[in-house]
Design a protein around this ligand. Structure first.
Ligand SMILES: Nc1ncnc2c1ncn2[C@@H]1O[C@H](COP(=O)(O)OP(=O)(O)OP(=O)(O)O)[C@@H](O)[C@H]1O
Length: 235
């Protein structure tokens, strides 16, 4: 199954640690304006996949194409310049800097960030360390979106956050993809919320693709999802 022409194409990716592969021969695509949820139980290899795509770790095998261009030879900072932004679980927030300073780092335009998260405006002079977890996650996302990525990869937006905050953040991801035509690859443990946001879902199990379908079909096939998770409680 293919979506619109892929902005991100991963072919035969294998990656892991200390010579042992935890992701094996993984292929997936994300098209323009598409949100693809990368799902699977703890330890399935979701974070490792994102790290290998952004070359935070060196893949063992495989090719990653960004708008048709092989990014294998690029350094991580050049990959970011080419339009791929990887929001890791650490949120990229510096406790000693104010909200405003974050939104101006690297020449970003705060107005762009405020378009997506107007609630950050009254907090502009507050140090990030004094923000709530949800506000910090908004700040991390606002920075990522203000960079206008062509491909955005987000690792566990919901980590440590109340569902009501996740319900605020995920529609912004959807809106960004719709408005910008960016490709979004979303790793998320909140399966229901992720599939309500995404167009398609890929379920990883032990480092390999176990299921791949439209989000609507995956939501309707809960039995298949549950068996992919082998008793995980995220549903
Ligand atoms: N830095 C690391 N060094 C060694 N092994 C690691 C490292 N990071 C992850 N692993 C291992 O790789 C496997 C896949 O981990 P990964 O974090 O990619 O899974 P995940 O699907 O993102 O899980 P979770 O949902 O729990 O975050 C796990 O067995 C994990 O212990």
């Amino acid at each position: 199954m293919t979506g619109p022409s892929p902005r991100l194409e991963v072919r035969g990716l294998s990656a892991g640690y200390f010579g042992a592969a935890v992701v094996r021969d993984l292929s997936l695509t994300v098209g323009a304006g598409e949100v693809v949820a990368l799902l699977g139980p703890n330890g399935a290899g979701k974070t490792t996949t994102l790290r290998a795509v952004s070359r935070t770790i060196a893949p063992m095998a495989g090719t990653v194409l960004l708008d048709g261009r092989d990014i294998g030879a690029l350094r991580p900072q050049d990959i970011a310049r080419a339009g791929l932004v990887h929001m890791s679980e650490r949120r990229g927030v510096f406790h000693g800097l104010t909200v405003e300073e974050h939104l101006r780092l690297h020449g970003l335009d705060p107005a762009l960030a405020h378009r997506y998260f107007p609630e950050l405006e009254p907090l502009r002079s507050r140090r990030a360390g004094l923000l709530s977890g949800g506000e910090q996650q908004m700040l991390g996302m606002a920075r990522a979106l203000a960079r206008r990525p062509a491909v955005l990869m987000i690792d566990e937006l919901s980590k440590g956050l109340a569902p009501v905050i996740v319900e605020r953040l995920l529609p912004v991801v959807r809106r960004y993809a719709d408005e910008s035509g960016a490709a979004v690859l979303l790793v998320e443990q909140q399966v229901q919320l992720a599939l309500e946001t995404a167009d398609r879902g890929c379920v990883l199990s032990h480092g390999s693709l176990a299921e791949h379908d439209t989000a609507a079909n995956l939501l309707a096939r809960r039995d298949v999802l549950v068996s992919s998770y082998l008793g995980a409680t995220a549903l």
